[in-house]
Design a protein around this ligand. Structure first.
Ligand SMILES: Nc1ncnc2c1ncn2[C@@H]1O[C@H](COP(=O)(O)OP(=O)(O)OP(=O)(O)O)[C@@H](O)[C@H]1O
Length: 700
């Protein structure tokens, strides 16, 4: 190990994984990003006879690994779309027959999953190798991509299930940094691997699970309140960067391609060109990606505004901050894994506002397990008490409890995240049972009459601002035309008055009620978008069956919610998101051996990748559906703003007069919340135009 790799001692669970591999076991290895997963298969590969097949998602990663292995004198090859026929034939023959003419045995052969999924010649060669005892192991890197429950699903990875069928006796090693329990189970099923057994007493016929704590102590996690307007978000990020990380390297992860461009331009402009930005997403031509990478490495570009396409394989050592707007804990973890790979303190800042839930919900509603993941992310974002490290430990129980490299401290608070260092003045836990009761009464009233409200609409409605909500009706002359009549609830009668919370806190409480199942999300698709509304949830009646006096007297379930206190207007952002460097209890650099910018390890270039198709899919998926905010802003079709009256859904208000507790404010042609707008454009919104992470300026 020392001679070939220059590594003196094992770290984390490397030793166990190497031993289990040497023993011919099926192994699952979950280690943090940058933890050293490569050694766990490369070392056994050179010690064991035969060749190890490595399936890796990106050609750039493969190229890089091969470069390093060859430098270390290890015979490694790749078979990809760019391998010439002649070269392929030569590799085939070397892999299947004993070496001759002084050539060394090939110890590692790298392929992308597409090769297994699409090349019969290749899989038949693998069978030949196995029959001749020349295939020692199959390694599947980034194995969470196998499962649709993971955050980075790749259809070609799923097809790897054929490996166990064709090669039943060849041991498999899977490697990942993000593999929650559900994904692990799904992955084992798809790959036809046996149930996991603990590494300390592993029976022969199980899969040995090795995990290390995924938490990296040099990463400082924090959630900061997101301003309500798009320009406000950009301004806040710009101020944060200038005040905490001036001239340092960072990434802003966005949820749409359009956003990456908007944010890149915005940061440049608001900082007076002090922040040099670049853009990376799936549609950027390969040559430009390459150029951006070079400029980023040289420091010419300071901040890359990117989609998750700028994820796997990004291995710049000195990324000091990552700003997020993530939709699942896994993607948050994966994104934050790009920070601080040199072991030095780095910040991972999530910008969050309750109303984001609507936009994020509309994005994930088509994903398997998407809603659970989003709820988990919302819990993280709304939590003002639990240590972020403990949250991650709970998220990945397989990595923190059933571990063979036991970490006794996995559930100890980190002492330096926002919740560990929070001052009592910055946030407060409140009993908000009465406010919850009020909100639920309003939602029930709206639902009773077949209406729908979004998070934003409900927050306005509850606070008695915005003038009510829309009622979609047929045109008065019986024609095809539709109009939206504005209605309002009689808050005094329905809920004993307005809600005494500000808009942000009201949104936070609404999301809390969703997480507690007092409210639930309802998805409705229109011609141009998927809109997300809130309606009474399974727990709603537990409160609404009571009177307000009962609730005030302490009857029924109690509801608590954490609220971040608004800091003074101007300098708020810097205070809300101190950098790792200024955090009081910030940990010391956890590794002094790693050199910033060191070329040691993978130099993962951003070259053209046959295996990068998945990135395109992933990023495209995120742009497939537009933001429900279009509905809130009057941009959708008749279903938007709908509060159709009870009985006949499309009946006009005059045919079915509103019940007493609902009052018509005025008749209007087209309405937006709180104001009459110009007639709506019938032109479909370009989904890519939607600003997903950034609230609309018109929102408030
Ligand atoms: N035991 C060790 N001691 C010191 N350095 C190590 C050790 N094991 C691996 N490394 C180094 O750590 C760096 C990261 O290793 P590697 O690329 O294998 O990480 P990884 O787990 O694959 O990360 P990612 O998932 O982000 O790609 C490399 O530079 C490698 O040489």
């Amino acid at each position: 190990m020392k001679r070939v790799f220059g590594i003196n001692s094992f770290r984390l669970c490397q030793e166990g994984v190497c031993n289990a591999c040497m023993d011919g076991r099926d192994v699952v290895c979950i280690m943090p990003t940058g933890g050293g997963k490569s050694l766990t298969y490369q070392l056994p590969a050179i010690v064991n006879p035969g060749c190890t097949l490595v399936i890796s998602p990106l050609i750039s990663l493969i190229t890089d690994q091969i470069l390093h292995l060859r430098e270390a004198g290890i015979e490694a090859v790749k078979l990809t779309g760019s391998t010439s026929k002649e070269e392929g034939r030569s590799i085939f023959s070397r892999l299947t027959s004993p070496s001759s003419g002084g050539q060394k045995d090939i110890k590692l052969c790298y392929v992308t999953p597409e090769k297994i999924a699409k090349s019969k010649a290749f899989t038949s060669m693998l069978e030949k190798m196995a029959a001749a005892g020349r295939l020692s192991r199959i390694v599947i890197d980034e194995s969470h991509c196998v499962s649709q429950l993971g955050h980075d699903y790749r259809p070609d990875y799923k097809k790897l299930s054929i490996l166990r069928q064709l090669l039943p006796h060849i041991p498999i090693l899977t490697l990942s940094a993000t593999c929650p329990e559900q994904v692990l189970k799904d992955m084992l099923k798809i790959l036809r691997m046996k149930e996991v057994v603990d590494g300390t007493a592993a029976s022969k016929d199980g899969t040995v699970l090795f995990t290390s704590p995924l938490y990296r102590k040099n990463l400082h996690y924090r959630v900061v309140p997101k301003p309500s307007s798009a320009s406000g978000v950009i301004q806040a990020m710009s101020e944060y960067i200038l005040e905490n990380h001036r001239d340092r390297c960072g990434i802003v992860y966005c949820l749409s391609k359009k956003d990456t461009e908007t944010v890149a331009i915005g940061l440049r402009e608001t900082s007076g060109d002090k922040i040099k930005t670049g853009v990376y997403h799936a549609d950027i031509p390969e040559s430009e990606k390459e150029r951006l990478h070079i400029r980023w490495r040289s420091g010419e570009v300071q901040v890359v505004c990117a989609t998750i396409a700028f994820g796997m394989g990004i291995d710049k050592a000195d990324v000091r901050f990552v700003l997020h707007h993530s939709k699942s804990p896994e993607s948050y973890y994966q994104e934050s894994g790009r920070a601080g790979r040199d072991g030095l303190d780095s910040d991972c800042v999530l910008y969050y506002r309750g109303q984001d839930a609507t936009r994020l919900s509309s994005l994930i509603c088509g994903e398997v397990g998407g809603q659970e993941k989003l709820h988990s992310m919302l819990k993280f974002a709304q939590d003002i008490q639990e240590c972020r490290k403990v949250f991650f430990a709970k998220q990945a129980p397989s990595s923190s409890r059933r571990t063979s490299s036991t970490d006794e401290t996995a559930f100890d608070p980190c002492g330096h995240c926002d919740n560990c260092t929070r001052s009592p003045e910055s946030a407060v836990m409140k009993d908000v049972t009465t406010e919850s009761w009020q909100l639920l009464q309003m939602v029930e009233e709206v639902a009773k009459h077949g209406g729908r409200v979004t998070v934003g609409m409900l927050a306005d409605l509850a606070r008695g601002v915005g003038g009510g909500f829309g009622v979609s009706t047929r045109g008065s002359k019986g024609g095809k035309g539709k109009s939206t009549e504005k209605m309002s609830l009689n808050l005094d009668e329905i809920a004993g008055g307005k809600l005494g919370l500000n808009k942000e806190d009201t949104e936070t409480l609404i999301i809390q009620l969703v997480l507690l199942h007092h409210l639930q999300e309802e998805f409705h698709s229109t011609a141009y978008s998927i809109n997300v509304y809130v309606s009474p949830g399974s727990q709603s009646a537990r409160l609404t069956r009571l009177t307000k006096e009962d609730v005030a007297a302490g009857k029924g379930p109690r509801i608590e919610c954490g609220f971040v206190k608004k800091a003074a207007k101007k300098k708020a952002k810097a205070k809300a998101a101190p950098s790792a460097a200024t955090t009081k209890n910030a940990s010391k650099p956890s590794s002094t051996s790693a050199k910033p910018g060191s070329a040691k390890g993978k130099r993962k270039a951003l070259g053209s990748d046959e295996g990068s198709d998945g990135e395109e899919d992933f990023a495209d998926q995120m742009n497939d559906i537009s933001d429900a905010s279009s509905a809130e802003d009057g941009g959708g079709d008749e279903e938007n703003w709908s509060f159709t009256m009870g009985g006949s859904k499309r009946a006009s208000a005059t045919q079915n007069p509103p019940p007493k507790r609902i009052r018509s404010v005025r008749d209007s042609g087209t309405t937006t919340r709180g104001k009459t707008s110009a007639p709506r454009s019938t032109k479909p919104r370009d989904p890519d135009q939607d600003i997903i992470i950034l609230s609309d300026d018109s929102d408030d």
